[in-house]
Design a protein around this ligand. Sequence first.
Ligand code: NAD
Length: 457
Amino acid sequence: SVYEGALVDFDSALKIEARWFTSVLMTDTCTNMARTLFLNKSALEKGQQRPAGAEETNLKQISVIGSGMMGSGIAYASVLQGLEVVLVDQNTEAAESGKTNIETLLNESVKRKKLSEEEKIRLLDNVKATSSLERISGSDLVIEAVFEDLQLKQSLYQKIEPHLKEGAILASNTSTLPITKLSEVLRDGARFIGIHFFSPVDKMNLVEVIKSEQTNEKSLAVALDYTNLIKKTPIVVNDSRGFYANRCIIPYINEGLLMLSEGIEPALIENSAKQIGMPLGPLQLLDELSVSLALNVAKETKEALGNEYEETVTESILLEMSQKNRIGRKELAGFYEYDDKGRRLRLWEGLRNLNLETNPSDVTTETVKNRLAYVQALEAVRAFEENILLSVEEGDVGGILGWGCLIWAGGPFSWLDHVGHENVVSECQKLYDQYGARFAAPKVIKELASSGRKFYN
Ligand code: NAD
């Protein structure tokens, strides 16, 4: 537009610009991104999923239990919007250290001139760091963010419940543990819900709100009013292991590891992910999350699934990385190399010498890209088919805000519509024949292909 405009008179240049603008506006990409990131995101923020007729919530004080990375982030997002926060940890020292994290984040806002020094002091004063669980009794909402350990969380809930104020809601920030299972130890499971934040809380705007089998409408309304108050975007999902986002992120990471085990060049894996528009390749994402977290999730899942758990080569790569102390960015060594300030330098040369099984066949970039895109999009569709995800709109908003899934296409469901379901079915068949059942086309995709319909009609 600029080039062509500069060759002609001003009025013609304006016409050229308007035409180019219109042609961009009319692309699938633009329509889909506007639908997901403007219309559907705004509707969710305005309480589309809030139960009709539920009483207005008047939140003043919340408690956050566990003042680690997530707990202090949740407390920060809450005080920033005027809430008082009781921050509880095992001892005062740990709770105070969580408060220091909040101060660091507030200091950044002061530096960026978003807050004055006086406002910062006033907000920080609203955080009460303590080791005493009794202090939660004034809170309308209590959010638990302690270590990801079922027994620890359940025994903590038994200590929390007697201190809960009448009508108060208890929530967990667990990333994978089923909410119904967690709430089994409570006398009143109806007041329990999952409020799953993403890391880092101050930058990630998605919150997954998870209903257990017992969660009542009031708890859902309070959770949604809270996410609205702290200016996050909620999606509401049903309960299951990994909920929606982690359920899709895990296969994406696993696919990267499987390709590595097949001997595919790490740079091809990472760059193919970038080419389909992912903000982080699977290996970089794993470095951010840490190899130890991935091993922990695998251990918990194995314990829960028993004989149904399928062991894959991905675990042996994780174990080998862990034995070599290459845990991820926080240890300055993982699939990538880092400098001492944590800046990512390059893929780790040693990846070539891992104890991997096979030699690569002549795999094309197109196949690597397709494997990475389909493995997550198909899992999103399965979550929808199984009624974990309640709408494709939330699937697209959650996919983009949660893990940057196919942003340019408007999210995983919009992407499948864009590809066309007949094409999706035939690509799934190819991938299924070569790589296995995880690429089988879900029933709903086959139905859309045969009827010529789309997720968004
Ligand atoms: P973390 O290790 O940084 O913090 C956990 C905190 O809980 C620690 O400060 C610890 O002292 C405290 N704690 C442990 N037992 C306690 C008890 N009995 N009473 C009070 N405090 C106690 O962990 P994190 O990364 O902040 O994760 C916390 C939770 O959030 C986990 O359930 C995790 O799965 C979930 N989560 C983590 C992420 C992530 O990326 N790290 C993302 C979403 C959700």
